[in-house]
Design a protein around this ligand. Structure first.
Ligand code: ADP
Ligand code: MG
Length: 639
């Protein structure tokens, strides 16, 4: 009786255990081919109690046909090879919903080893399967987003900063290998240019839950600092709060932005300076012009000749300053000629040596077969001189100045970051010194007008500004490499000319500057007009003066003789020079025109509709200059 009691107690325990495990027992009598199912199995298959057919075939009928082969194989190998029977399969779909089941069992054999029975359990594993699948999908999505993301991404522990994972782009951008990064902390790697920044980001995360597009500077392996727009989320990995970071590299954008700002600033200052220089030139014209006439008219013994010469010299120096300011946009097209830079450097050698003094060694490396460039010789000389002067100033205790030339061919893939050169053949002029060098802040500002680090009276801050203006005007570009305490190299790239253009030699001829023609002179500034009239008359011309457009037209109407040339200011009140000329030419088609302006060529071509090829005289001008251009215009082909 005790035995029976113990037995039924044990049976009860077994039943409860099976019930709570949500498994259903199956039992296959291989000899009779009968399958018996416990209640729970009916439930899993959605059958009512007792409606199961009771054969293996009836069972396989309830299985998704795609999986029945798998089950048959598992059974065969369990029976024939004694392999463990353990399969997962899908049920035949009734309502479009996939349901999964796992089945495990064991084979029982008689004394001869023949399989007589298989018993096991079945279990609904749909939920687990769906969860697994969702997990796999999300993992895949994450894997793709993380690894294929073109922006650097990293996952690191919030507390320790230890890096758990980074993507490909991170490794490429930061120039590191996976082994170098994983397991190390942000501090070890010194990734944050400002280590405090990490704390600030974490604080922002605490407050707002996430950080979006925060401008952050990061350090690459080679020490380079790059700027990123950083976005950060907190994720939990194994109950450890971690930072998921994405950084969009905006370093190049920033650089371009800065370049643009710089260019805009230069343009604004250039325009301002140009406007000033214009007024300046109006006053310099009579100063230089009259003093020159005075010098000529005075006897060498006259002490006033010396004084007049001093006035003239001061005026010339002031005009130099004004012309430096105008260097940017001045459009002196006629002075362009085909140049051999090697020849210029050689010619300047003696002068440069004297300029830099004995403590500084002067070396040139001039490339043989150097290509030609098209530029203004005097301007190029000025560029080389300004750079040499700066080099000298940077080497107060001596050193060496090296001028190098070379042919360079840029192609589009040229990886140089800080210069913008049109692709194509160039001539390079490199000027290096072993002087004090510059920090990056100074480097960023050297081309600004009036930027100088030299004491007042020593530096004007116009040297590099002029260099920049001339190089740009010549269609070239300039780059600077400098290290504090080591020295500086400036490289200038000018477009190399190819083919026929090269052979055009430039000829300067001496010509007679006098004439007897009649000139109508229109200029609203009485000082400039007065001087121009004197200068022209002194060269033999007959000059009729007018102070602006309307009166010029009146004068022309009253004058019965022939007018060969109108010399007019471009910018005048009420009527512009260009309008005057077009009205005048309507009445006197034989007349030619010459313009005078204190503005730069570029500015008036844009604003006053002046044809680029129209003869143009820049203020301030000398008597010789106006006489030469007048003669040239009169001798040119008729309009
Ligand atoms: P300035 O020579 O009158 O100061 P620049 O326009 O020629 O004006 O130069 C501007 C500034 O650029 C200089 O004051 C100097 O700080 C810096 N600079 C230019 N060239 C060099 C150089 N070769 N080495 C060091 N610093 C230089
Ligand atoms: Mg200088």
């Amino acid at each position: 009786k005790e035995m029976i009691e113990a037995l039924s107690e044990s049976a009860e325990r077994l039943r409860l255990a099976i019930e709570s495990s949500r498994m259903g027992i199956w039992d296959w009598d291989i000899l009779t081919n009968q399958v018996r199912w416990e209640e729970h199995l009916h439930h899993i298959f959605g059958l009512t109690q007792g409606s199961f057919g009771g054969t293996p075939e009836a069972f396989l009928n309830l299985v998704n046909p795609a999986d029945s082969e798998k089950i048959a194989q598992a059974v065969t190998s369990a029976i024939e090879e004694g392999a463990p029977y353990n399969v997962e399969f899908r049920l035949r779909e009734s309502d479009g919903q996939v349901r999964w089941m796992a089945s495990q069992g064991q084979v029982y054999r008689d004394k001869t080893g023949r399989a007589v029975r298989m018993v096991g359990v079945g279990q609904d594993i749909t939920e687990r399967k769906l969860a697994e699948e969702a997990m796999r999908e999300s993992e895949q999505k994450f894997f793709k987003t993380f690894n294929a993301n073109p922006s650097p991404m990293s996952i690191s522990e919030l507390k320790s900063g230890r890096v758990i994972d980074v993507n490909e782009s991170f490794l490429i951008t930061f120039g590191r290998t996976r082994e170098e990064v994983i397991g190390r902390t942000a501090d070890d790697l010194r990734t944050w240019a400002d280590p405090q920044e990490r704390e600030t980001v974490i604080e922002a995360l605490r407050q707002h839950g996430s950080v979006r597009s925060r401008e952050t500077r990061m350090r690459m392996k080679d020490g380079e600092i790059r700027t990123f727009l950083l976005s950060v989320e907190i994720i939990e990995l194994g109950s450890e709060p971690c930072l998921l970071m994405v950084g969009v590299d905006i370093t190049e954008h920033k650089k371009l932005e800065n370049q643009l700002l710089q260019a805009q600033k230069m343009e604004a200052v250039g325009r301002l300076a140009g406007g000033l220089a214009h007024d300046f030139n109006n006053w310099l014209t009579p100063i230089i012009g009259y003093s020159q006439l005075l010098v000529r008219s005075l006897e060498p013994s006259d002490y006033r000749k010396k004084e007049a010469e001093e006035i003239n010299k001061a005026g010339q120096r002031a005009a130099m300053l004004a012309s430096q300011l105008l260097a940017f946009s001045r459009n002196d097209a006629p002075r362009m000629s085909v140049l051999d830079i090697n020849e210029i450097v050689s010619d300047m050698g003696k002068m440069l040596r004297r300029l830099i003094g004995e403590d500084i060694e002067f070396v040139t490396h001039l490339a043989p077969h150097l290509g030609r460039v098209k530029a203004d010789r005097r301007q190029i000389e000025q560029v080389i001189m300004n750079l040499a002067i700066n080099a000298r100033d940077a080497m107060p205790r001596g050193g060496s100045l090296v001028i190098e030339t070379g042919n360079i061919d840029f192609d589009n893939s040229y990886p140089q970051r800080n210069i913008t050169v049109e692709s194509g053949p160039c001539v390079m002029i490199a000027i290096s010194d072993t002087g004090c060098g510059m920090d990056t802040e100074t480097q960023a500002r050297i081309f600004e007008p009036f930027f100088t680090t030299k004491e007042t009276g020593r530096g004007t801050g116009l040297g590099m500004y002029t260099v920049y203006g001339i190089v740009k005007q010549s269609g070239g570009s300039i780059s600077v490499y400098s290290e504090e305490g080591r020295g500086t190299t400036f490289k200038i790239y000018l477009p190399r000319i190819i083919g026929a253009e090269e052979d055009q030699a430039v000829q300067t001829e001496v010509r007679d500057l006098t004439g007897q023609e009649t000139i109508l002179l229109v200029e609203d500034q009485p000082e400039v007009r007065g001087f121009a009239a004197v200068a022209l008359r002194s060269h033999g011309y007959k000059v009729i003066e007018a102070e602006e457009g309307e009166s010029a037209l009146r004068v022309s109407e009253e004058y019965t003789g022939r007018i060969d040339l109108v010399v007019t200011d471009v910018v005048m009140p009420r009527m512009s020079g260009t309008e005057l000329v077009s009205r005048l030419l309507g009445l006197r088609p034989e007349c030619r025109a010459l313009y005078i302006s204190g503005y730069t060529g570029e500015a008036i071509i844009h604003h006053e509709g002046l044809r680029p090829e129209a003869p143009l005289l820049h203020k301030p001008f000398t008597a010789d200059a106006i006489a030469r251009l007048v003669r040239e215009t009169l001798d040119s082909d008729p309009p």
